[in-house]
Design a binder for this molecule. Structure first.
Ligand SMILES: NC(=O)c1ccc[n+]([C@@H]2O[C@H](COP(=O)([O-])OP(=O)(O)OC[C@H]3O[C@@H](n4cnc5c(N)ncnc54)[C@H](OP(=O)(O)O)[C@@H]3O)[C@@H](O)[C@H]2O)c1
Length: 245
């Protein structure tokens, strides 16, 4: 039976690499993102042998999340893997954030995955199987300066992973989180000065991170995997601290 995966933020740096690896492994794919043109470009790049469908979604909208996850069943008959990958980051001086900016960090990085997971759990309970994988961040475990809102939201996502995993123990549904350190993608676009720093230059490549995530998907032994880039964590600390004063 062909496995089916649904991934949010599918055309982003990590999302696109994961989509390519999943396609190569023979998964049918439900690809979610806000930009229809970019989703189509991703589908074209996956080749004609890959069964893939694009669903335009904003993960901050629960109705979009419902439509997105249910597409796995309506198009392909099942859902084996949900990857909550969509995320947003902005370097922040905490006291200068507006309430909307704080909300946006949480709604995109923590609530969106919860909305999608609610729908996935209903489907996976009927199947007695499935895997929900949340893309966290080392910011959710390191508690760095400059990352107050993002780090708090990712910490909430990791806590959600642990709580839901415990609740679903014995159901055949796995709930895990994968938390990487910095890697080179467009996520830093709101703070382009980051691109010139040694922190960014030493960051991992999304292809490398995607391979590690794939390894975890194939053998999800731990509920939470942290992929630290040890060489880079001090640089990250200094870069984010110097710009958050
Ligand atoms: N890059 C890093 O250093 C790093 C480190 C640790 C963890 N992460 C996490 O890794 C995941 C992937 O990030 P990335 O680095 O690959 O960044 P990216 O290239 O910016 O990709 C993020 C994707 O999420 C999508 N997205 C953002 N808000 C959305 C929304 N409301 N609804 C639907 N899609 C939305 C973006 O689409 P748009 O183009 O429409 O915005 C984009 O496709 C994120 O969860 C991020 O927090 C990244």
């Amino acid at each position: 039976m062909q496995k089916v995966a649904a991934i949010t933020g599918a055309y982003g740096g990590l999302g696109a690499e994961l989509s390519k690896l999943l396609a190569r492994k023979g998964y049918a794919l439900v690809l979610g993102g806000r930009n229809a043109g970019k989703l189509q470009e991703l589908i074209d790049s996956l080749g004609s042998t890959c069964k893939a469908i694009a669903v335009v979604i904003d993960v901050t909208n629960p109705k979009d999340c419902e439509k997105f996850v249910n597409t796995a069943v309506s198009k392909f008959g099942r859902l084996d893997l949900l990857i909550n990958n969509a995320g947003t980051w902005k370097k922040t001086i905490f006291e200068e954030l507006t309430p909307m900016e704080i909300q946006d960090m949480f709604v995109t990085n923590a609530f969106g995955p919860m909305y999608c997971s609610q729908v996935a759990v209903k489907i996976m309970k009927k199947q007695n199987s499935g895997h929900i994988l949340n893309i966290g961040s080392t910011a959710g475990v390191d508690y760095m300066t400059g990352n107050v809102a993002y780090g708090s939201a990712k910490a909430a996502l990791i806590a959600f992973t642990a709580c839901l995993g415990k609740q679903l123990n014995g159901t055949g549904i796995k709930v895990t989180a994968f938390s990487p350190g910095a890697f080179k993608t467009e996520i830093f676009k709101h703070n382009p000065e980051i691109y010139e720093t040694d922190f960014y230059k030493n960051a991992m490549l999304p292809e490398f991170v995607a391979k590690k995530v794939m390894k975890h998907i194939e053998n999800p032994k731990k509920w939470h995997v942290v992929l630290q880039n040890k060489r880079n964590s001090l640089l990250a600390f200094n870069t984010l601290r110097s710009s958050s004063k």
